[in-house]
Design a protein around this ligand. Structure first.
Ligand SMILES: Nc1ncnc2c1ncn2[C@@H]1O[C@H](COP(=O)(O)OP(=O)(O)OP(=O)(O)O)[C@@H](O)[C@H]1O
Ligand SMILES: [Mg+2]
Length: 216
């Protein structure tokens, strides 16, 4: 006997990652409003209950050490429950790909000199963190991390945020919409290798090696 019961479509999940200061939260705010997606800031979750979502305090970097398995449980539950009935989720955080089983990962990139200036203006931001983060940006560490922590089926795209917030948000919105149109949920797994190929081609645009010297 067959049933005509329609399966509920799970929400679309986009992870927005990138080195601190590349603009994840700024861009995620704009994108989630425009697309009417839920915005989940992974750092806010961790700060909301440090005992549960943290493992301790890194005194040199002045930052909480995240408890990834617990944070993942929380983020996945938010997506699964989808209490606000959104068609999509923007998961914002530099280890977001690890905690949300994303359909699409967007790695935000910023030229190191610009990133250095952004991070230097942050109050109470340890000098060591500024240097480490600029170095991480030079070697595209968030992309490598995203590749390691997502399934092969997830598509990873890099987008530079060195322009205006409005213009760069539009670029991200365009990338998400295009992905949703061209990678229908049923076809997504079949098209995974195309996603990776496209990614590799796009990545070569962001070679910051000339600027590495300013990192140290
Ligand atoms: N094109 C741009 N896109 C995004 N942010 C920009 C852009 N131009 C300037 N900015 C500024 O850069 C800063 C980015 O800070 P934001 O908190 O969004 O970064 P983040 O990646 O979320 O950092 P963290 O990992 O510490 O949470 C903001 O002050 C924002 O106004
Ligand atoms: Mg942020």
């Amino acid at each position: 006997m067959t049933t005509n019961k329609r399966r509920k479509k799970p929400p679309f999940v986009v992870a927005i990652t990138g080195t601190p200061g590349t603009g994840k939260t700024t861009i995620s705010n704009a994108v989630s409003k425009k697309l009417d997606f839920a915005h989940v800031d992974v750092s806010s979750i961790i700060k909301s209950d440090v005992k549960r979502y943290g493992l301790g305090w890194d005194d040199e970097r002045k930052t909480i050490i995240a408890n990834i398995p617990e944070t993942r449980k929380k983020v996945l539950a938010l997506i699964r429950k989808n209490e606000y009935k959104r068609k999509g989720f923007v998961i914002d955080g530099h280890f977001s790909p690890e905690v949300c089983k994303p359909d699409l990962v967007i790695v935000l990139r910023c030229p190191p000199k610009k990133l250095y200036k952004r991070l230097k203006t942050r109050k109470n931001y340890a000098e060591r963190s500024v240097k480490e983060n600029v170095e991480a940006e030079c070697i595209d560490s968030c992309f490598v991390h995203a590749q390691q922590s997502t399934s092969k089926a997830a598509c990873i795209i890099e987008i530079e945020t060195s322009g205006t917030v409005r213009g760069d948000s539009e670029k991200v919105i365009h990338a998400i919409k295009s992905f949703m149109i061209h990678n229908h949920r049923n076809q997504r797994f079949a098209s995974s290798s195309a996603g990776r190929t496209e990614k590799t081609a796009m990545r070569s645009k962001f070679d910051y090696s000339d600027e590495c010297i300013i990192a140290v």
